[in-house]
Write a protein that binds this ligand. Structure first.
Ligand code: C5P
Length: 292
């Protein structure tokens, strides 16, 4: 059998359609309850069989050191499988960092799925998710994708039926993004006046009832971490016709939900001049996947 020399993987961004913080675990992680949605904006990762290890991130300023989630994922994969091998990895970054879009997690997920295919390791998805959790709380979701309710520190995933009949416009504000530990520290300080009704949100998603979902689209991390730009961009999204607008994850990106693709695309165009980055995308029903 011919050995694979190269694989290309794409891994989608995630949005939190609802996010609540429900407690603090003894290990310092916060207990969360989240509705996760993969959307069609992709990190693209190429992996080439190699004895040594190399990482490239062309056009991106993300550090290529051992803090990079792609490197962490590769190290965790080779440790877990015992394979004495390496890879030349090229991460084509599309997603902004410190955005709450799980861009770093998508890179890690793509590396795990990619190395599994490249080396024919045949690790099952649950094992890839277990390894992924060592890299970050959102990596298991980035591997599985689709629509899911996530609890624990974000790793306990209950898949939900795919969401359809809507589009999203995602906007990254200018200025500094938000790091996840900072976001949780600020939450501990300031708390949240909102706690979304997660049962109602899940019930709405199960029926693909967008109208019923709208009032529950809230993020408990937003009060402590959102700033004036968050408010301005949410208002701008609503002006463009968004039925709901909120911050995703620990921020700083915000997104609006639209019924029509055209409206989401028009909003992304309209908001681009006043933002660091914008994109329009539909919900997608998959996670990291091998393309070639
Ligand atoms: O798991 P991840 O690497 O994304 O987490 C980064 C940091 O964010 C953690 O070290 C922790 O400070 C915080 N965090 C948390 N509760 C979670 C997820 C992350 O407190 N559920």
């Amino acid at each position: 059998m011919n050995k694979l020399q190269k694989v290309v993987v794409r891994a989608p961004a995630k949005l939190n359609l609802a996010l609540d913080v429900t407690g603090l675990a003894p290990n310092g992680y916060h207990e969360v309850d989240m509705l996760m949605q993969a959307v069609g904006i992709y990190e693209r990762v190429e992996l080439i069989r190699s004895a040594g290890y190399a990482l490239r991130c062309p056009g991106s300023r993300v550090p290529r050191n051992d803090k990079n989630t792609a490197t962490k994922a590769a190290a965790a994969f080779f440790y877990a499988t015992g394979l004495l091998a390496g890879a030349e990895i090229t991460v084509h970054k599309v997603l902004p960092t410190r955005a709450g879009l799980a861009g770093g997690s998508a890179d890690a997920a793509a590396v795990l799925v990619g190395l599994n295919a490249l080396y024919g390791a045949r690790l099952p998805l649950n094992e890839l998710c277990r390894i992924g959790l060592e890299v970050g709380s959102d990596v298991p979701f980035s591997i599985l994708g689709g629509t899911a309710r996530a609890t624990g520190r974000g790793e306990k995933l209950a898949p939900l039926p795919p969401l359809s009949g809507c589009w999203f416009c995602v906007v990254m504000p200018r200025g500094a993004g938000v790091s996840t530990p900072e976001a949780y520290a600020r939450f501990d300080e300031k708390g949240s006046p909102v706690h979304p009704n997660m049962e109602a949100a899940e019930a709405a998603v199960r029926k693909n009832d967008i109208a019923a979902l709208l009032p529950h689209m809230q993020n408990a991390l937003e009060h402590a971490n959102g700033g004036t730009e968050t408010l301005r961009l949410k208002a701008a999204l609503r002006e463009q016709g968004a039925l709901a607008a909120m911050m995703t994850g620990s921020g700083a990106a915000v997104f609006g939900l639209f019924r029509e693709e055209q409206a989401a695309r028009a909003a992304a165009e309209a908001l681009r001049p006043g933002a660091a980055w914008t994109a329009a995308a539909p919900p997608v029903g998959h996670g990291a996947q091998v393309l070639a």
